[in-house]
Design a protein around this ligand. Structure first.
Ligand SMILES: Cc1cc2nc3c(=O)[nH]c(=O)nc-3n(C[C@H](O)[C@H](O)[C@H](O)COP(=O)(O)OP(=O)(O)OC[C@H]3O[C@@H](n4cnc5c(N)ncnc54)[C@H](O)[C@@H]3O)c2cc1C
Length: 442
């Protein structure tokens, strides 16, 4: 039997999933009683951290980029003065044995001169072509990259990097998937960067915040502490939603006989999993859910005995023969992420299955300066993210529209990165929680 506190006004808002979206929803509910139900044993979802032998690792880099004043106020209020550090991004691109500043498209200097020349010529041709009247918009992400940056830059960076990251070619990706996140430098910046004038600070994430004590999980834990301070019963961990009866407005939890009635349901669990838990979902909604694709991926936590030679916080690695696409050094941002003088890293692997070739990975890490040598590795752990990125292909727009329209009609709000089925940031998730709370109380 699930015990939860209901107010005399009636039934609770039930929130599925205690990642940042679910936690933010709960935090922003002012009047309605609520119950936050989390399948895992801890809150945080993707924004959680693992600790071992004095090393701390997140679910790969989770850097907090805040632009919204409401979120900034909320986050500032959760931490006391000095507990959050603001850090200026140091990011690179490792290509052809050279460490270039990020973004690649504005920092070609350092590559062999004929390569730089070819990239610049193709970039200028693409600019001329784009200015022609009546040019049709790009149909795929590959077309977007070629038309915006030219073939050279697309072939050296955008095509291979995105192939490794998504596990499909950019021909299968929607043209605008990264529109908010990909820096679009002006011609003078591309040319300046090719000549050696470093173009830094471009893009949405030039600065980020991070908890001084180490571990992004400090953020969800602080949110959960505030929620529990109001109502110690409001969060249930180790408690998964099994079935949803949208007609009777009730949820069945795994291992519980009784159903939990709700006044409104906010779901942050992956959208296809939500639909699969609603027997009343009509065939067109099930069909739409079956069309949704996602990318699982694997990464390594790497603990090093010495601090890595690399100064960057994270590095993009586009070349297909290198078995990873991004490497980050948590301890370069926050030394507290590793024991004194040591390092903690994440390595995002291009292969989705099979045993990773660890010696090969280490050899490439040494080559790029992420490790001094193989003896420097204290331990590694292989981890998997079951649903990391929602695949933004042609099908996802119409399919998500069909599902959300139906869900709205039956009083369910599916939100957050996996609930809404989008590409988003932690800040976006917190904002979606605010909006879900307003919806539930409206
Ligand atoms: C690899 C990677 C790197 C990222 N890097 C950054 C970054 O640097 N900066 C940034 O701002 N953002 C980053 N993000 C995005 C960020 O992680 C998300 O925006 C945010 O954490 C999503 O929160 P959420 O609550 O919507 O989803 P989740 O965190 O996935 O939370 C959903 C919760 O639902 C629970 N759940 C699932 N099924 C059930 C069930 N049946 N019943 C009950 N509970 C259930 C899950 O256990 C989970 O806790 C990154 C994401 C990934 C995958």
């Amino acid at each position: 039997m699930v015990a939860f506190v209901t107010s005399p006004e009636g039934l609770p808002v039930v929130i599925l999933g205690a990642g940042l979206t679910g936690l933010s929803t709960a935090l922003h509910l002012r009047h309605a009683p609520y119950l936050l139900v989390e399948r895992g044993q801890r809150v945080g979802g993707k924004a959680r951290s693992e600790r071992r032998d004095g090393y701390t690792f997140d679910v790969t880099g989770h850097w907090l980029h805040l632009r919204d004043d409401r979120v900034r106020r909320l986050v500032d209020g959760l931490f006391s003065a000095g507990q959050l550090v603001e850090i200026e991004r140091r990011t690179g691109v490792w290509l052809q044995g050279v460490m270039l500043p990020y973004p690649f498209q504005a920092n070609l200097h350092g590559l062999p001169l004929p390569v730089v020349r070819d990239c610049l010529v193709a970039f200028m041709e693409a600019q001329v072509e784009a200015a022609r009247p009546g040019v049709a918009p790009p149909a795929t992400f590959r077309e977007f990259a070629e038309r915006r940056f030219g073939r050279g830059i697309a072939e050296l960076f955008f095509v291979p990097y995105n192939t490794k990251l998504w596990g499909v070619t950019p021909d299968e990706l929607a043209p605008d998937w990264g529109s908010r996140f990909i820096p679009l430098p002006e011609p003078e910046q591309v040319i300046g960067g090719a000549l050696g004038l470093r173009q830094e600070g471009l893009g949405y994430n030039a600065r980020f915040l991070y908890p001084r004590a180490g571990g992004i999980d400090q953020l969800p834990e602080a949110m959960a502490a505030r929620i529990r301070g109001r109502n110690p019963e409001a969060i249930r961990v180790g408690c998964a939603a099994e079935e949803i009866d949208v007609v009777g407005r009730r949820v069945k939890l795994v291992g519980q006989d009784d159903w939990l009635e709700y006044r409104a349901l906010v779901s942050t669990i992956p959208l296809p999993q939500l639909v699969a838990r609603i027997p009343a979902a009509p065939p067109e909604v099930r069909e739409a859910a079956a069309a949704l694709r996602w990318v699982s991926w694997r990464y390594l936590d790497v603990a090093t005995r010495r601090a890595p030679p690399l100064r960057e916080h994270w590095v993009y690695v586009p070349e297909l023969h290198v078995p990873f696409f991004r490497v980050g050094v948590y301890s370069n941002a926050l030394p507290a992420m590793a024991p004194p003088g040591a390092g903690s890293l994440y390595v995002e692997l291009a292969d989705r299955s099979g045993r990773p070739d660890l010696p090969q990975v280490i050899q490439h890490l040494v080559a790029m300066g992420a490790l001094h040598d193989a003896q420097d590795v204290a331990f590694t752990e292989l981890r998997e993210i079951e649903c990391a990125y929602v695949l933004l292909d042609d099908a996802y727009g119409p399919a998500t529209a069909t599902i959300h329209q139906w869900l709205r009609g039956v009083g369910v709000r599916a939100c957050g990165r996996y609930g809404a089925w989008i590409y988003n940031s932690m800040e976006d998730s917190i904002i979606q929680g605010m909006e879900a709370a307003a919806w539930a109380e409206a």
